[in-house]
Design a protein around this ligand. Structure first.
Ligand SMILES: [Fe+2]
Length: 285
């Protein structure tokens, strides 16, 4: 792989693209540092976020049984970290979807799928923090909506990038539009003060085995592997790129399976079935 775009390339390519500043509610939630009362109060004050949050919490994925009607109850049942993650998702979505809501909606659905799959992989393997996995899944492609603002044909660029059997997704993307969604997403993470581990995953989620090997520590390596595996289980190559196979997965699967001790086919299939059952087959509640 090449060394990637220079800072000057990125600056040029992003001219006219708005990377939204970190929204005040997220800054306030971060400042509240886990203080449940303050966080419930902050979320409750934003009626739009509250309504969307309750809708998500009452979805079959959480399987909470009785209907949750208050933010306080949602925090009691799911924990403050899980609720904060959902709020992150909602705010990220509203910050980046002011225009083009329709074009974005499929994209956000895929991000939510990856976030949930990553959370389940983390829970099942016990090797990754589930909350961190969810957040990383949600943010990993956050460069895409930023780039859609500038390149109305971006969905075609993504298709072409995934379709090249010899190329790497982001290399093809750079050839077409100079930058790629991983580096743009990384810039957004930096602007929003995301932690280093999440920022690394956003920056390197298409980096293949090289990226896995250069992760600064074991936790980062496992989080990156978790997101790559979650993307594969969620079939982003089909959903987002409209391809029937993933060339990138073929190159990286050995390393992902090693990371989670899934070299035995049966172990891999069991995890895959569990994740798909939990995330995608929700009709039984
Ligand atoms: Fe991506």
């Amino acid at each position: 792989m090449s060394s990637g775009p220079t800072a000057e390339d990125i600056k040029d390519a992003l001219r006219g693209v708005v990377i939204p500043p970190k929204p005040q509610i997220l800054i306030d939630i971060q400042k509240a540092a886990g203080d449940t009362v303050k966080i419930v109060d902050l979320i409750s004050k934003d009626t739009g976020v509250s309504a969307s949050l309750l809708k998500i919490v009452n979805s079959p994925f959480y399987g909470l049984g009785s209907k949750v009607t208050s933010i306080q109850k949602a925090v009691m049942l799911l924990g403050v970290d899980a609720v904060t993650n959902i709020v992150n998702a909602l705010i990220l979505r509203s910050s980046l979807s002011a225009e083009l809501e329709e074009q974005m909606s499929e994209f956000w659905d895929t991000s939510m799928d990856v976030a949930r799959a990553a959370q389940k992989i983390a829970e099942k393997t016990g090797l990754v923090n589930p909350e961190e996995a969810y957040t990383a899944g949600l943010f990993h492609n956050c460069g895409i909506p930023v780039l859609i603002q500038k390149h109305k044909n971006y969905p075609d660029i993504i298709k072409q990038s995934y379709a090249d059997p010899d190329g790497y997704v982001i290399e093809t993307e750079r050839q077409l539009i100079t930058v790629d969604h991983a580096i743009v997403g990384y810039k957004l993470c930096r602007l929003w003060n995301m932690d280093d581990r999440i920022s690394f995953v956003v920056r390197h989620h298409h980096g293949g085995k090289k990226a896995i090997k250069k992760a600064p520590d074991e936790e980062t390596k496992r989080l990156l592997a978790c997101i790559i595996l979650a993307e594969h289980f969620a079939e982003l190559f089909k959903m987002l790129a409209k391809q029937d196979k993933s060339f990138a997965w073929k190159r990286v699967k050995k390393y992902i399976k090693q990371t989670f001790n899934l070299e035995e086919k049966e172990d891999y299939m069991n995890l895959k079935d569990d994740v798909i059952e939990a995330v995608f087959n929700l009709s039984d509640g």
